[in-house]
Write a protein that binds this ligand. Structure first.
Ligand code: GLC
Length: 476
């Protein structure tokens, strides 16, 4: 089967969040099937173009019609990849030769171009996929443009589309005039793209794609409810017949405590006593009190409110009175960054605020931590808890989305389960969960059982890849 995977980011070329991990690990896992051909399409961002790390070749160029525009597009491809896993880059310096991937006034136009260029490129590459797998609003127009503009060309007719929602919060909204100004869609497509007095690209993709998926089973239910759907619950309920939830995995080669070259001491599930060497090393590195017997709680997250940082903020004073250490890594809203810095200044021996995006430090911290806190308000899937478990770092999570699906609560009687959980979005419920986690840490027998449950959990893509194949096949 031939799969075209369209995304606005994919590691290691470009990554700002979980999508970047998924868009790298899932195509890799799909390509393990030797009968598959997988092509990942990315924008040719400045960061990729300027990096000496990649060996990238030019393939062709043409012009892409975008409403009244006719825009240059170059297609490049990474060399030295597996034969059936190719990375293509859509080039246009006006749109993509900028310092960051997102955050510009014309993001809508940039990614509308990207989506159209992907489709246009197929006839120049003379490669037609069976399935296009589009991800999030940035590639939401791929299924829409395919139906609106390419059905007259025979080679495009058999192509089927899956649209995956990684986060409902970002829907690709634009003024109504965007339909004419940028998308250039025919008159009778208006209804498809319009929503709530705006152009809404995600809504259009939900309507038009053959199948829709999201990144956990629970989130697939949640987004049919107004609390989670950011306005699109009705649209999703209406299309629930084609909606499914497939939980993400992680790249278990990259995240492997037994071989991870970025951590001081490697360990396996049978050498859990070695894990503490990583803790000592990190305590020293970050200037925390060097102590084995204090539970180290870690947070590796974007510092934004839907990740639950406001809950943490609300009980920071209490947390700092407890005998715990807290290590935060991440960037985000200025208020949260300053808040954590301020506490780190007041409690340097127990609190470390690392307002950075630092991959090595993240690996060291996964290996060092005892508990990993994820009190998200919404979490479509979440990868941090999966990585934490892989390193024997026990998750404390709110029961939502992928957190609920991947972290069943530990039962101290039966010794089953993988973490500490709480239900309502409430700071004191979270505080209670942290305290329960800390108590478990001091209960040596149960703690070891819990860590083992975590490390033995299969967070690879093996199962989910089969579910994706099933969805792909169901469309053909
Ligand atoms: C988004 C979601 C996160 C998910 C990731 C990959 O970043 O917020 O929960 O794990 O996409 O699907």
């Amino acid at each position: 089967m031939k799969i075209l995977f369209a995304a606005s980011e994919a590691a290691p070329f470009i990554k700002t969040g979980g999508l970047g991990d998924v868009a790298s690990a899932l195509p890799k896992a799909l390509s393990a099937d030797e009968h598959s051909q997988v092509a990942v399409f990315l924008p040719y961002y400045k960061a990729i173009k300027d990096s000496p790390r990649w060996d990238i070749e030019f393939l062709c160029h043409f012009r892409v019609p975008l409403s009244w525009r006719s825009v240059y597009c170059g297609v490049f491809r990474a060399k030295d990849t597996a034969k059936n896993l190719q990375f293509y880059f859509i080039d246009n310096e006006y749109y993509f030769y900028r310092d960051s991937a997102y955050g510009y006034y014309d993001d809508g136009e940039r990614f509308a171009f990207f989506s159209k260029a992907i489709l246009e490129s197929l006839q120049y590459l003379n490669w037609y996929p069976d399935v296009i797998h589009a991800n999030d609003w940035q590639t939401a127009m791929v299924p829409v443009f395919l139906r609106a503009f390419y059905m007259g060309i025979e080679s495009y007719q058999p192509i089927r589309t899956l649209f995956t929602i990684h986060n409902m919060e970002y829907q690709g909204k634009a003024p109504e005039s965007f339909v004419d100004e940028v998308l250039g869609l025919p008159e009778d497509w208006r209804g498809t793209t319009q929503f709530d007095g705006c152009t809404n690209m995600m809504k259009a993709a939900i309507l038009v794609s053959d199948r829709v998926s999201t990144v956990s089973r629970t989130y697939a239910y949640e987004i049919q409810d107004p609390y989670y759907a950011h306005g699109l619950d009705g649209v999703l309920r209406h299309h629930s017949y084609k909606l499914s939830g497939v939980v993400n995995g992680i790249d278990t080669e990259v995240f492997n405590p037994a071989t991870d070259p970025l951590i001081p001491a490697n360990y396996t599930v049978n050498q859990l006593n070695k894990k503490v060497q990583n803790k000592r090393a990190l305590q020293e590195k970050l200037g925390l009190e060097v102590r084995d017997d204090v539970p180290m709680v870690i947070m590796i997250t974007r510092l934004v409110s839907h990740k639950g940082v406001d809950l943490v903020q609300a009980v920071m004073e209490d947390l700092m009175q407890d005998d715990i250490q807290l290590v935060v890594i991440g960037t985000g809203e200025r208020g949260y960054e300053d808040m954590f810095r301020a506490y780190a200044a007041r409690f340097p021996e127990k609190m470390s605020a690392n307002i950075v995006f630092d991959n090595k430090l993240a690996h060291e911290t996964y290996a060092a931590g005892d508990l990993v806190l994820m009190p998200s308000k919404q979490e479509p899937c979440g990868l941090t808890q999966l990585i934490g478990m892989r390193y024997g770092t026990v998750p404390i999570v709110r029961e939502t989305g992928g957190l609920y699906d991947t972290v069943p609560a530990f039962n101290p009687e039966t010794m089953e389960g993988r973490g500490v959980t709480f239900k309502s979005y409430n700071a004191h419920d979270m505080l209670d969960a942290v305290r329960r986690g800390a108590a478990l840490f001091h209960d040596a027998k149960r703690w070891k059982a819990l860590q083992k449950n975590d490390m033995k959990f299969d967070s690879s893509w093996n199962q989910s890849v089969q579910e994706y194949w099933q969805i792909y096949r169901s469309m053909l």
